[in-house]
Design a protein around this ligand. Structure first.
Ligand code: PTT
Ligand code: SF4
Length: 609
């Protein structure tokens, strides 16, 4: 097998053993890599109902057939596990030198099983795999840990770490990688913490076998040149993802005061233009020539990297109107290893609960000191922070008194930074995202705003599915950053050529989309198996706030989602996907995708139509 190494490293932390598993070529052809590998392994190997924080859960790091090669933006890794935040399938995608080193060590993925009884880190150097004590490293922040690991093992390594939040089992702890890169929103860092796994360190020195190395090299150089020549390249390099901030304000989709509004009165103090003036440097993932990690100096004088989601959620959504303050909260989240999106959402939830006198902590909108203290209290699980560390859904269940109405989440995962009072297509994207409310699979909102945001049409459903196939399928399985395509218009046909040169496999884009559908159905089956007869359409509903509480400011004052029409979108979505009216894959759909085994297993838990 070329392109793929054909090997998965398995490390058992309970038994303190490891082994190398060879997998058949069909597995690679059917699932490609990344999310595809992770979803199928979790489906095949996890017992339904397993406690996500128990040793029986598995933590997966999965790469794709382009990882490690010098082609545009393939320096990314997928981290996945059963999510402790949602109880369903969870994953995330982060830039990391692990993408290069793990493949050079000879593996396409690694699966961490069991749990250590004392803190450990895994050290991989080609065929050598060690489980080392991390007792001296426990308690360090992610940046401190990264520095220390580089001192111990040199700079030529790939690293995945957790901070104190992962150690303390905060349900939305992320996995950190490099400075300014983070991934695994639905508690992938929490799963590492539950295994007492503080870090994974990899050094790989082997050559990755490619089908046609010369062609791959040439195509790689041409691809980088093409990225560089795109008309939007220069403006992208100025602000990166923060470019979208002013656009969100203009279009009333900027999350404001816990998603009550889509416009913030101080948005101009948080915009990409402000970032541009304060910027001190830029960095990013390996094998990328359009790096988007823009760094400013935060209130405490340290470097902090900003992205749009972070500023949307830790700025306007909690009433903060100073970019440096938002940057401080962003940096705290990075160092403690908390997801910025969920953090911004739980702080906003607390502010609103305080305003409504459900809690008597006196936390006001825009109170920077209170937000800092809450961030620490969440990380170390003190007082109210202990409740918020469970995420908004569980916090609302605990606090009661209708607070579920301002818990802004889907399936337990907090909504990322786009308000949907007046964007039904984007609401559908959040509702049907395979990990809970995340924008990564279908950022349909820009297309929707250009083509008619008020409508509830079948074309919108088709667009959501098209984007899910490309973003959630192609990019998450080949494991490459999607931003060259999204932001600059880098042609998708490049990936067809890269796959061919790396592996010898000639996949058309339609072949990729079939793989994407296969992956989506495995993930959906995973969720349904976990929830059994409690599964239903309610699982795909966006937050109730967008239906019941219209916008009160801005040009779209009075707008809100229409529940009946949203249900129609959902019905069309299920029909297009070949799922029944409960959102459960039909047997025929699974069989047509070569997933008869999944159908047989799933039918033990729910009746298939
Ligand atoms: C991603 C989510 C996002 S999406 C952001 S900002 W974005 C937040 N970033 C966080 C952060 O930073 N620190 C932190 N402590 N928590 C954070 N939580 C949030 O996590 C990220 C970029 C971005 S910036 C985006 S859109 C794109 N995402 C991609 C993706 O998902 N897949 C893919 N194939 N390519 C992508 N390219 C872009 O990557 P999650 P990163 Mg992130 C600091 O991981 O779990 O998917 O959540 O990975 O390396 O930081 O790059 O405006
Ligand atoms: Fe990483 Fe940004 Fe480059 Fe994508 S564009 S590979 S997220 S630095």
């Amino acid at each position: 097998m070329k392109g793929w190494t054909g090997k998965i490293l398995r490390v058992d932390l309970t038994k303190k053993t490891h082994k190398v598993q060879e997998y058949p070529k069909e597995f690679a052809l059917n699932f490609i890599g990344g999310r595809g590998f992770a979803a199928k392994i979790l489906w095949d190997e996890l017992k339904p109902g397993v406690d996500p924080l128990s040793p029986e859960n598995k933590f997966i790091v999965a790469l794709g057939p382009l990882s490690g090669f010098a082609v545009p933006n393939a320096g990314k890794v997928v981290v996945a596990a059963k999510s402790p935040l949602t109880g369903g399938y969870g994953d995330g995608n982060t830039g990391s030198f692990v993408a290069v080193h793990l493949r050079k060590a000879g593996y396409d993925a690694m699966v961490v099983e069991g749990a250590a009884d004392k803190p450990v880190y895994i050290y991989i150097e080609d065929d050598k795999v060690e489980i080392n004590s991390a007792e001296d490293l426990w308690g360090l922040t992610t940046n401190e840990l990264h520095d220390k690991l580089e001192k111990m093992h040199g700079k030529s390594i790939g690293v995945l770490t957790i901070g104190p939040a992962g150690e303390n089992l905060v349900k939305f702890a992320i996995v950190r990688s490099m400075y300014g890169r983070a991934g695994g929103r639905p508690g992938m860092g929490t799963v590492m913490g539950s295994k007492k796994l503080k870090a994974i360190v990899v050094r790989g020195t082997k050559e990755i076998p490619a089908e046609d190395p010369d062609e791959l090299k040439r195509l790689g150089i041409d691809g980088f040149k093409d990225v560089r020549s795109k008309p939007l390249y220069e403006s992208w390099m100025k602000q990166g993802t923060m470019m979208v901030h002013s656009w969100c304000q203009e279009n009333s989709v900027l999350p404001t005061y816990n998603f009550r509004e889509g416009q913030f009165e101080h948005a101009d103090k948080l915009s990409g233009d402000v970032l541009e003036k304060l910027k001190v440097k830029t960095y990013g993932c390996p094998n990328c020539n359009m790096q988007c990690g823009h760094v400013i100096i935060e209130v405490g004088g340290k470097e902090a990297e900003l992205d749009y989601e972070n500023i949307g959620m830790l700025g306007s959504n909690i009433g903060i109107s100073d970019l440096k303050q938002a940057a401080t909260l962003n940096l705290m989240a990075d160092e403690y290893g908390l997801d910025t999106i969920s953090l911004g959402s739980v702080i906003a939830f607390a502010m609103e609960s305080s305003e409504k006198k459900i809690i008597d902590d006196g936390i006001e909108w825009g109170d920077f000191e209170a937000a800092k203290k809450l961030t620490e209290d969440i990380t170390y699980r003190r007082g109210l922070g202990d409740i918020l560390a469970e995420g908004t859904k569980r916090a609302a269940e605990k606090l009661g008194k209708d607070s579920i109405n301002w818990a802004i989440q889907v399936k337990g995962l907090e909504v990322s930074a786009y308000d949907c009072h007046y964007s039904p297509g984007m609401a559908l994207s959040y509702g049907t995202s395979p990990i809970g409310a995340h924008h990564k699979d279908a950022w349909v909102i820009s297309w929707e705003i250009q083509t008619g945001r008020e409508s509830y049409t079948i074309e919108k459903v088709d667009k959501v599915i098209e984007l899910q196939r490309i973003r959630g399928g192609l990019f998450e399985s080949i494991v490459s950053c999607r931003l060259p395509w999204v932001e600059l218009g880098f042609d998708l046909e490049w990936y067809v050529k890269y796959l061919k040169a790396a592996t010898g496999v000639s996949y058309t884009l339609d072949d990729f989309y079939k793989v994407a559908d296969r992956i989506y159905n495995v993930i959906r089956a995973f969720w349904v198996r976990e929830y059994g007869n409690n599964w239903g359409r309610h699982m795909d509903m966006p937050p109730v706030r967008w239906f019941k509480e219209p916008l009160t400011v801005g040009p779209f004052k009075g707008k809100h989602l229409d529940e009946e029409k949203y249900q129609q979108l959902l019905t069309w979505y299920y029909e297009r996907r070949g799922w029944d009216e409960r959102g459960i894959p039909k047997r025929e759909t699974l069989v047509n995708l070569g997933l008869s085994d999944v159908a047989d297993e799933l039918s033990k838990y729910v009746a298939l139509r």
